[in-house]
Design a protein around this ligand. Structure first.
Ligand code: MSP
Length: 671
């Protein structure tokens, strides 16, 4: 029987704002799944959507459609993106699928009957936006710790899952299985931030949310958030909803891949639910970092008030092909940490690795075989010491890359493959095949050099099928190899290409990009789009309520009412407002009014002096998010450098900071 491998992404909220960051988890999982498939394993790769809850209910109402109609459209769009990016999933599960609902209802009832779920009353502080209850101590400045919004008191009859009962078992799990939660730093995060302060029982049903799976023995209640969402990992395999063949074959999961913000649900709540169900636990959970997108942080454009970074995956596919985006996502961000997207990094990465290194190797080699041997690969005719390093590197490459993937380090896997690609290009410079071609006595040497290069191409392209499948398929096709037939355990061995193989001259797979020109084009495109969206936002037919009336009034009187101090939108955009977080703060010596704040913008730190010492103590400010005027000329106040200004509102003697929504990341542009 074949070995099995089960990998999952989290299921996506149907937010509809899909950007390249959203694609990150899925492209990684797809590559790991593909690699395992090519190792001959029977792979189950699961992804899908998390469709229930108050937010969807509210949005659908706003649009005048049913929640199901609302999510159907968004899900279709997401599936389209996965198709564009060659995501080869085994199942796309939706929490609105009937079989999923059956599993969830079974789990809920079983846990209730065995006493792991009990009914009580929830009285607490509730954040409507996050659909979460909090205790007083969990609040930050009296507000929701996750999004910073106001919370309100709510009393509701609910069912609870006895999460508190599982704290010790989960600690034991981390201790006994150091591989369970990765990267390792996440373990301490879970223990210190969540388990040690005490696990609270978890509210698992709602009576006020109708868009959810009904609790079948108490129809007033719907299942709330995590029992619904997390159960997808087993409902997708048929657990208690019909045929359990897949469940028996694939559970426990080999790898749940998740973003770092939801690791605690996967590393604490999910194991506790599984322990209660007496099921084996997933083998590994990996919490990756974020790709920070949509900022204009690194834009050097003159008009840097507008976000000029590309973010829509469809734009990438249309302009540079699917594999360029896949490659960038997989290669650029050191695994486990955050990375910041910029057009320039993206274009340079594609040019240097795909166009220069890989593209050139393939086009030079296949062209020389066509020029010198009529497009037929000949067997190696001699041996030379100069060949040894390259041959030994490529012969070991599969083992190296398999280890990288086993250790869930996708960027390193690509680095290792490209090390060999780079070595092969150097081998071309060392062996100078174009010189060999001129001397009939050196034909044998040329034959060997081109054979060795072809083998490097074949082995590298076979490995690359997992990461850039469409381009690697094209490369292998030059050697008449059908990508569907590749098994890495066979493909890994040097010497696989038979003499007499027909070699087709490769077309440029990754045309070289003129980075300067392209940056300008992207910038123009983004500015044009921005202007169009501004225009449509201000069209009378698109204006809302008051604006609409104002527009009508203006039309009636036939005049445009301009306020003498009015500024146009471009003038406003000259002010660069950004979200910043206060990292530390202290009084400025010999001043009653001034505080010196160290602010983080994510991509850099700033020191700002502000005259708010009368209204805030330094301790109160640390941890807060503030609005920073980031392009103010630096100045010195009492001899202390101030690189910007933070915004406050004032009414008489009451001065308060303008505080952005806590969920906005540091560095976000405010406009
Ligand atoms: N519905 C929950 C997951 C439930 S799983 C039982 C959820 N959904 S989500 O849509 O918000 O996120 C889905 C995945 O996309 C997460 O892994 C998240 O970290 C990832 N990403 C969304 N934006 C991202 C970036 N900008 N960068 C990297 N990953 C990001 O959470």
């Amino acid at each position: 029987m074949k070995d099995t491998f089960y990998i999952s992404t989290p299921i996506y909220y149907p937010s509809g704002s899909w950007h390249i960051g959203t694609c990150y988890t899925t492209v990684i999982c797809d590559s790991i799944a593909r690699f395992n498939r090519m190792q001959g394993k029977d792979v189950f790769f699961l992804t899908g959507t998390d469709e229930h809850g108050q937010k969807v209910e509210a949005k659908a109402k706003e649009k005048g459609v049913t929640p199901k109609q609302y999510v159907d459209e968004i899900v279709a769009d997401l599936k389209n993106i996965w198709q564009l990016l060659d995501i080869n999933y085994s199942r796309f599960i939706r929490t609105t699928d009937e079989d999923h609902a059956k599993t969830v209802q079974y789990i809920f009832k079983r846990l209730y009957e065995q006493g792991d779920i009990y009914k009580s009353v929830y009285e607490g502080l509730y954040c409507t936006h996050c659909e979460s209850f909090f205790t007083e101590t969990q609040l930050v400045d009296g507000k929701c710790p996750d999004c910073g919004r106001e919370v309100h008191h709510e009393r509701e009859e609910s069912y609870f899952f006895r999460l508190s009962k599982y704290a010790d078992k989960i600690l034991q799990l981390y201790q006994d299985n150091p591989e369970f939660l990765q990267p390792k730093t996440r373990v301490n995060e879970m223990i210190n931030n969540f388990i040690k302060p005490g696990l609270q029982d978890l509210c698992v049903s709602r009576t006020s949310v109708k868009w959810g799976i009904p609790v079948d023995f108490d129809k007033e209640h719907t299942v709330y958030v995590w029992i619904d969402a997390l159960s997808n990992y087993i409902s997708a395999l048929g657990y208690h909803n019909g045929d359990e063949t897949l469940f028996n074959k694939f559970w426990p999961c080999d790898l749940h891949m998740t973003g770092k913000e939801i690791i605690r649900f996967h590393a604490i709540i999910w194991p506790a639910i599984l322990m209660a169900l007496d099921l084996p636990l997933p083998k590994r959970i990996y919490g990756h970092g974020w790709l920070l997108v949509g900022g204009d942080k690194l834009s050097k454009s003159k008009q840097d008030k507008i976000n000029t970074e590309l973010t829509d995956p469809k734009d990438f596919v249309a302009r540079y092909g699917k594999d360029s985006l896949r490659y960038y996502l997989l290669r650029e961000i050191p695994f486990g940490t955050d990375g910041v997207y910029s057009n320039e990094n993206f274009l340079n990465r594609i040019n240097s690795d795909l166009s220069n290194d890989l593209g050139n190797l393939v086009s030079r080699t296949t062209a020389m075989i066509n020029q010198n041997f009529d497009g037929v690969l000949l067997e190696p005719a001699d041996k030379d010491e100069i060949d040894n390093e390259l041959i030994s590197m490529v012969s070991e490459l599969y083992d190296v890359v398999a280890k990288d993937i086993e250790e869930i380090n996708v960027p390193r896997a690509l680095q290792d493959i490209f090390k060999v690609v780079g070595r092969a290009n150097k081998y071309i410079d060392e062996t100078t095949p174009w010189v060999l071609a001129k001397d009939p006595a050196k034909k044998g040497r040329l034959q060997t050099v081109l054979y060795n290069l072809s083998e490097v191409i074949r082995i590298c392209a076979s490995l690359l099928l997992a990461f850039i499948p469409s381009s690697a398929t094209q490369i292998l096709a030059c050697y008449s190899i059908n990508a569907d037939d590749v098994n890495l355990l066979e493909a890994k061995n040097f010497g696989g290409l038979k003499a007499g193989t027909k070699v087709i001259k490769s077309q440029p797979i990754f045309p070289r990009i003129d980075v300067k020109k392209e940056l300008k084009e992207i910038e123009d495109l983004m500015i044009k789009r921005h202007k169009e969206s501004q225009k449509s936002a201000y069209k009378p037919e698109n204006a809302q309520n008051g604006d609409e009336n104002k527009a009508k009034d203006n039309k009636k009187s036939g005049e445009i009412c301009e306020h003498p101090d009015e500024i146009n939108i471009d003038e406003f955009f000259k002010v660069e407002l950004r979200v910043a977080k206060v990292i530390s703060c202290e009084k400025v010596e010999k001043s009653d009014k001034l505080l010196k704040l160290q602010l983080s913008l994510g991509y850099e730190e700033r020191q700002v002096v502000s005259g708010i010492a009368k209204y805030y103590t330094p301790e109160e400010l640390v941890g807060k998010k503030v609005v920073l005027v980031a392009n103010l000329k630096p100045a010195k106040l009492r001899g202390v450098l101030s690189q910007g200004m933070i915004l406050c509102g004032e009414e008489g003697d009451n001065v308060k900071l303008v505080e952005p929504d806590m969920s906005l990341p540091e560095g976000s542009r405010i406009r």
